[in-house]
Write a protein of this length. Structure first.
Length: 216
């Protein structure tokens, strides 16, 4: 007696295969999501500080910036602070940190803020997030794939001193510097401009930045 061969329902098999693939895909996505949640986020540590002035150095700073911080530390810890050198370093470090986007965690991680005049810091941060830092993608999980500028050198030239009014106060000995920026790679970012630095107690802080160089 011949056994009847069962016909394979191709349509049903195709549906089962599709369902199986969808289940596998769902499992893979779920695992990836759980893995990403368990992945440790970047933790930036403070590695040095100049307590008397409130300056700090983070471990993700560039080698160039760390070198400048050591110079600043030496300058401010001297028996007599060389104010010219101090103002020059503030100008260099502000530019080096602000324009170096590669080590920033997100657009909210605005560089150079600790060198900005205290009363302007909030406005400065908002301005930066709406402009220079606007397109910086998050790197919380260390998975960012974006070309961002790395500052390799900052050259500053003192233009002179001038009277500068800020709010209801004024500084009759504010510093004016022109600056030029060198990047590891040219990605089309700003390469020159000028800064005005003012006195605030024992500190010298950035009060203004322009894309144009100041005339002597």
């Amino acid at each position: 007696m011949k056994t009847k061969k069962r016909k394979i329902n191709v349509k049903r098999v195709a549906i089962l295969i599709i369902l199986l693939l969808l289940i596998i895909a769902g499992i893979v996505l779920a695992v990836n999501k759980l893995t990403k949640k368990e992945t440790k986020t970047k933790e930036i540590q403070e590695v040095a500080s100049i307590d008397a002035y409130g300056y700090t150095l983070k471990d993700n700073a560039t080698a160039y910036y760390k070198k400048l911080f050591k110079e600043l530390e030496k300058t401010l810890n001297a028996d007599k602070v060389d104010e010219e050198k101090y103002s020059e370093l503030v100008a260099q470090m502000f530019i080096a940190d602000f324009f170096n986007l590669d080590n920033k965690i997100s657009k909210n991680d605005v560089g150079g803020k600790q060198f900005v005049y205290a009363d302007y810091q909030s406005d400065f941060e908002k301005f930066a997030m709406d402009s220079m830092y606007k397109s910086v993608e998050s790197d919380v999980y260390n998975d960012r794939n974006q070309d961002l500028p790395i500052v390799s050198n900052v050259e500053v030239t003192k233009v002179g001193n001038q009277n500068y009014t800020y709010g209801e106060n004024s500084d009759d000995n504010a510093y004016v510097y022109n600056f030029k920026i060198e990047y590891k790679d040219d990605l089309g970012y700003q390469t020159e401009g000028s800064l005005i630095l003012i006195h605030n107690g024992q500190k010298i802080e950035v009060a203004s930045m322009s894309e144009k160089s100041a005339s002597e």
